[in-house]
Design a protein around this ligand. Structure first.
Ligand SMILES: Cc1ncc(COP(=O)(O)O)c(C=O)c1O
Length: 484
C-alpha cells in the first residue's frame, strides 16, 4: 500500500512557499525544499508518502522542472526524501529519526514543578457531596455480585440521555461503560484492528491514542491538521480513499492538541466516506463538554451514520474529573455486547461506587460544566495574554473550547525547550509527543487548566529559557533532537 500525494494537493499544502518568512534571496529550488521540510516537520505532510513526479509538481506550481528536480535533490541530500529510480520519491526524516510516543504521563509528585504536561482539571466542588450521596445509593447493589460488564443500567441511561440531548437517538443498550475514554479506545481497537492493519489518525493527535494503536501494532497513516485552520476536508477524505484504512480515529470536538472544532459539513462527508471505504470511524468526544464561547455545537458525527460505521467514545475526565475513570462507548447494541465480552477478559467491569458517583454528577451537569467552562475561559485568556506579552514571536489560534492551546514556536525547538524548562520547574509536552517520527518540533501544547498565577509564572520561566536557547545551539535539520 502506497500513499501518494498529487501535484495539486502538494501545491495547496505548500501555499505561499515563495514568500516564506526567513527567505532571503535564496533560489527557488532551495525555498521549495525548505517548504517541504517545513510541512514534514509540522506533520502536515506524513512520512512515507510518495511525492508527485517532478513534471507533475512543476506544472502544479508553475515552475520549471529543473527547479523541482533540484529541490528533490536537496531533500535527498538532507535526508528528507528517499528515491528509487523509476519508482518515485518518498518522504522520510534524516537518520531514520523516530521518537518514542510512550504516552506515559506521570502525575507530578514534585510540588515545585508547574505541570503543563497534562491537560486535565482538578475535581469540581460537587465531587465529594456526589460521592457521599453515591455511598447512600450503594446498598441497592450490595445484594448482587457487583459485576456489570456493560455498566450500571442507570449510568448507561444517563449517558444515552446525554446523546439524545445532543440530537442523536440512543438507547441505554448502545452504551458500554468503561474505565475512561482510554479503555473505550483500547477495547474498540482490540476488536477491530488485527496486527498490521492500516489506520488513519490526525497529526497531531492525542499521544495515548498513538500508544494504544502501537500496542495493537497498527500501521499508522496520518492526516495533517493545519495549526491555524484545522482539517483540510479534501485531504482528509482523499487520505481515506487512498489508504482505505480499517479504522480511522478522529477528535472532532476541540481536537487535542490543536483545539479545532470540525464543521457539521465535514462530519457528514467523513461519515459517508468512511462507509464507502469500509472504514470504522472512531470518534473521540472527550472534549465535547468544554465549549467555551457558548456557541451551538455541530451535531455529533453519529448523527450522520447511516450504516453503523461510527463508534463514539467519550467520558467524564475533562468535564468532571479524570480520577473517576469513567468513560464509555456508544455503538450499535450488538457491538456493545461484543466489546463487553472482550472487556471481561481485561478487567471484568467498572467499579459500582464510581459509577454511582458518575450518575450523581451527571445529574448536576449544567452546574458542574458551567463552572468548569467559566474557569477555563478565564485561565485561557490569562495564558494567552502572558504569551502575547512575554513570547510575542509565538503564534496561536485562541481555542474556542477544550483546555489547551497549540502554540507555533519561532523555530524547531520544542523538545530542546521542554528539556530546558524542566530545569526551571516547568513540565511541558513538546510538539513531537503528538505526532509520529519526530515531526512537530515547531509546536508546543500549553494547557490552561492550572490556576492563573501558575500559568503566568510558567510562561515567565519558559520565556527565560527560550532566551537562553538562542545562545546554546538550536538543533538544526541535520541533528534533530530525540525524546527518549
Ligand atoms: C482526546 C483524548 N482522548 C482520551 C483521553 C483520555 O481520557 P480518559 O481520562 O477518559 O481515559 C484524553 C485525555 O487527555 C484525550 O484528550
Amino acid at each position: 500500500m502506497t500513499t501518494t500525494i498529487r501535484g495539486g494537493q502538494l501545491a495547496r499544502l505548500l501555499g505561499q512557499w515563495h514568500s516564506l518568512p526567513g527567505r532571503h534571496r535564496s533560489p527557488d529550488y532551495a525555498a521549495l525544499a525548505a517548504a517541504v521540510r517545513g510541512l514534514l516537520s509540522d506533520g502536515r505532510l506524513p512520512l512515507g508518502v510518495r511525492l508527485p513526479a517532478e513534471r507533475e509538481l512543476a506544472e502544479a506550481l508553475a515552475v520549471s522542472r529543473t527547479t523541482v528536480s533540484a529541490a528533490y535533490r536537496t531533500l535527498r541530500e538532507t535526508g528528507h526524501l528517499n528515491s528509487r529510480r523509476g519508482a518515485g520519491s518518498w518522504t522520510t526524516l534524516p537518520h531514520g529519526h523516530r521518537v518514542a510516543t510512550s504516552g506515559l504521563w506521570a502525575a507530578g509528585d514534585d510540588h515545585d514543578m508547574i505541570d503543563l504536561g497534562v491537560a486535565a482539571s482538578a475535581a469540581p466542588d460537587e465531587l465529594v457531596p456526589a460521592a457521599r450521596a453515591a455511598a447512600d445509593d450503594l446498598p441497592r447493589y450490595l445484594g448482587s455480585a457487583g459485576y456489570h460488564p456493560t455498566g450500571l443500567m442507570e449510568l448507561r441511561d444517563a449517558v444515552a440521555a446525554g446523546y439524545r440531548a445532543r440530537g442523536v437517538a440512543t438507547s441505554a443498550e448502545q452504551i458500554l461503560i468503561t474505565a475512561g475514554t482510554q479503555q473505550a479506545l483500547d477495547l474498540v481497537l482490540r476488536l477491530s484492528v488485527p496486527a498490521g492493519s492500516p489506520v488513519l489518525v490526525e497529526a497531531p493527535t492525542y499521544p495515548n491514542a498513538l500508544a494504544a494503536l502501537a500496542a495493537r501494532r497498527a500501521r499508522i497513516n496520518t492526516h495533517g491538521l493545519d495549526a491555524e485552520t484545522g482539517w483540510d476536508g479534501e485531504m482528509l477524505l482523499g487520505a481515506l480513499r487512498q489508504t482505505r484504512p480499517r479504522l480511522s480515529y478522529v477528535i472532532p470536538e476541540f481536537h487535542n492538541p490543536t483545539g479545532h472544532l470540525m464543521s457539521a459539513d465535514l462530519r457528514e462527508r467523513l461519515a459517508a466516506t468512511a462507509h464507502s471505504t469500509g472504514t470504522e470511524l472512531v470518534v473521540d468526544e472527550s472534549w465535547v463538554d468544554l465549549a467555551l464561547e457558548g456557541e451551538p455545537m455541530p451535531p455529533p458525527v453519529a448523527v450522520f451514520d447511516r450504516h453503523s460505521r461510527v463508534v463514539s467514545i467519550g467520558g467524564m475526565s475533562k468535564g468532571y474529573w479524570g480520577g473517576l475513570r469513567i468513560g464509555w462507548v456508544r455503538a450499535a447494541a450488538p457491538l456493545v455486547q461484543r466489546l463487553a465480552a472482550i472487556r471481561v477478559g481485561v478487567d471484568m467491569a467498572s467499579p459500582v461506587l464510581e459509577q454511582l458517583v458518575a450518575v450523581r454528577l451527571l445529574d448536576q451537569a449544567p452546574q458542574v460544566l458551567g463552572e468548569r467552562r467559566a474557569r477555563l475561559r478565564e485561565r485561557r485568556d490569562v495564558l494567552a495574554a502572558a504569551l502575547r506579552r512575554l513570547l510575542p514571536e509565538w503564534s496561536f489560534v485562541l481555542p474556542r473550547g477544550g483546555a489547551s492551546l497549540w502554540a507555533e514556536l519561532d523555530g524547531p525547538i520544542s523538545s530542546a525547550l521542554a528539556r530546558a524548562a524542566e530545569d526551571v520547574g516547568v513540565r511541558l509536552a513538546p510538539g513531537p509527543r503528538f505526532g509520529l517520527d519526530g515531526t512537530l518540533e515547531r509546536f508546543l501544547r500549553l494547557p490552561f487548566t492550572l490556576p492563573a498565577e501558575d500559568l503566568t509564572e510558567a510562561v515567565r520561566r519558559i520565556a527565560s529559557v527560550r532566551h537562553d536557547l538562542d545562545r546554546a545551539s538550536v538543533p538544526s535539520w541535520r541533528t534533530p533532537s530525540v525524546i527518549a
